[in-house]
Design a protein around this ligand. Structure first.
Ligand SMILES: NC(=O)c1ccc[n+]([C@@H]2O[C@H](COP(=O)([O-])OP(=O)(O)OC[C@H]3O[C@@H](n4cnc5c(N)ncnc54)[C@H](OP(=O)(O)O)[C@@H]3O)[C@@H](O)[C@H]2O)c1
Length: 265
């Protein structure tokens, strides 16, 4: 989708993959700069480390405490995060007026979950429930967000056990799935099928050409469901705008991504 974007604006640019092993990002940076790269996207597992190593961080990076987009300006590394804004744009595209969301349950408080949760602080929501396999991670996020929310909406953490999840989901309008369960074909459903009932809406941050078990099951149960392909498109478009300082040619990007994913976005 990035190649399609540059091509549609007639700008000669390349976008390619460089694999950097976990723990080797700091060592790789001088080489990336020496190679003359104008910027890059940074993905798992490097986003937090890229935040730490960025010399200039914009407000999106500070809010997310993570960097997925780097723009090199006069040899200095400028870091941004387009994940949360990409998620919000994707949400509004499929469900207009869905930001601020209603009663929201965030399942998965890793990098993406944290970015989305932090972005809900200014926009607000009716209530926010945080759940993570390792409860400590959700508790830490709760501690960080509680003073920032300052009582504007209820925020709480619950443990990842079936009775708690079942009860919480009966009081939820929007389930945001932010764990990596579903990336692999053999992954189990993150929540039992019987907990997924309309009018619950489900947003799965994962994108997979053959759809995740969560997306397929929730859809079969009659819930409104979206997966992360739209978020991928919009976070990419926002990265493009950071690098090019031009409005992203969203139709060209959407078409290229749809073609790669084998379905219309
Ligand atoms: N659509 C997009 O544009 C987009 C962008 C970025 C990421 N994503 C997707 O979002 C997902 C999460 O990414 P991330 O950056 O947040 O990753 P991350 O920081 O590594 O976090 C992973 C999350 O998954 C949980 N998890 C992992 N294995 C689990 C299991 N077996 N059971 C329950 N929970 C489990 C972790 O829980 P613990 O804390 O307990 O380990 C943590 O909450 C990925 O699958 C990625 O594909 C989508």
């Amino acid at each position: 989708m990035h190649l399609a974007a540059w091509a549609s604006l007639g700008i000669p640019a390349e976008y390619f993959r460089i694999e950097v092993p976990y723990g080797a990002l700091q060592k790789a940076l001088p080489q990336l700069l020496q190679a003359g790269l104008a910027g890059w996207n940074c993905t798992l597992p490097h986003k937090t480390e890229m935040f730490r190593l960025s010399q200039v961080r914009d407000s999106s990076a500070v809010q997310a405490q993570s960097v997925n987009t780097v723009h090199v300006v006069e040899d200095r590394i400028h870091g941004s995060s387009t994940d949360a804004a990409g998620w919000a744009r994707a949400m509004c595209e499929v469900w207009p007026n869905s930001i601020p969301p209603g009663r929201t349950l965030l399942l998965g408080c890793g990098g993406v979950g944290q970015s989305i949760a932090r972005s809900l602080v200014p926009t607000g929501c009716t209530s926010l429930t945080l759940v993570n396999r390792d409860p400590l991670r959700a508790q830490e996020l709760l501690q960080e967000l509680t003073p920032l929310v300052a009582g504007r909406f209820p925020i709480r953490q619950i443990d990842w056990d079936l009775p708690s999840l079942e009860k919480a989901l009966t009081q939820t309008d929007l389930l945001i799935h932010g764990t990596s369960l579903g990336l692999k074909k053999e992954d189990p459903l993150p929540v039992p099928e019987e907990f997924l009932k309309p009018p619950l809406r489900v947003y799965d941050a994962i994108y997979r050409t053959d759809l995740t078990p969560l997306v397929r099951t929730a859809r079969k149960s009659g819930c409104q469901v979206e997966d992360g392909l739209g978020m991928l498109l919009h976070q990419g478009a926002l990265s493009f705008e950071i690098w090019s300082k031009k409005t992203a040619p969203i139709n060209a990007m959407r078409q290229a991504l749809s073609q790669a994913a084998g379905r219309t976005l």
